[in-house]
Design a protein around this ligand. Sequence first.
Ligand SMILES: C[S@@+](CC[C@H](N)C(=O)[O-])C[C@H]1O[C@@H](n2cnc3c(N)ncnc32)[C@H](O)[C@@H]1O
Length: 296
Amino acid sequence: MNIEQLREDRQKWMTWKNIKPLRDALDKLQEIECSVELGDVVKITSEDAYDVEDTARMMMPWRKGPFQIFDTFIDTEWKSNIKYNLLRPYFNLKDKRVADIGCNNGYYLFRMQEDSPKSLVGFDPSPLYKTQFDFINHFVKSDIVYELLGVEHLEFYEEKFDTIFCLGVLYHRSDPVAMLKQLFKGLDKKGEVILDTFYIEGDDEMCLCPASSYSKIPNIYFVPTIKALKHWCLRAGFSEFEVLEVSKTDASEQRKTDWIEGQSLEDFLDPEDSTKTVEGYPAPARVYVRLIKDKK
Ligand SMILES: C[S@@+](CC[C@H](N)C(=O)[O-])C[C@H]1O[C@@H](n2cnc3c(N)ncnc32)[C@H](O)[C@@H]1O
């Protein structure tokens, strides 16, 4: 696969009729002296007044964040700081080549700069999320590379990685073991993957296969027990599987804000029993794992 050609082809996605006006708005952004704070809120401040609210609103829906850009607080659907802070004790990215697969608008990548990694590369085939990234990065001016590529391109990528994050992507793939093999091939010899996915309770190696949606999300294919997930990972070639954390998603982490259209978590759960989704499946719970390529 020719990654350079793919990169070039996908650049044309920026001319799609829903994306082009956003790119035009980006081109009009002023250069402005500003400071960046990489806390729970990725915050950009300046002594000069600059109103970017209309530009930010054009780029809705904003799923991952939050961000504060001058006087505009982008109160994203997800408080992604909760996931980042949960994982924070489990990684040290100093001098590492790092990829975030399914990086969305780059919220985690911006925060990962705090570790001084050797390089940071985001993969996400969404021109909208890349545009959100470019908007934030216009002010942050990071060295983060954002590729409009998917996990399926990782094994052909020009660079191998020491640490790959792949958060919230596995359940969207119709062939999860194939995806885990792609992550495996994207790693350098001593590399690690930090991954999360929905899981169901149970001691057996079983899997929930939603009929047409899970928690109203249509493209969820498999929700495994932790034991089934472990077997997928070992069969993909990883030599070590370590559970880092488990967590339930609640309305303090995912909720409707005026930076998204439509519904959020509260509409996806059974109104009479919040332990179940509207489809009657167990409510979303996540497991966070570390996978080691080769522990020798
Ligand atoms: C549920 S979101 C997870 C975002 C973020 N990683 C997190 O955990 O908060 C899934 C992301 O995967 C991206 N995505 C879709 N297809 C993909 C693919 N083939 N490879 C990598 N990412 C993909 C979507 O655009 C979206 O940003």
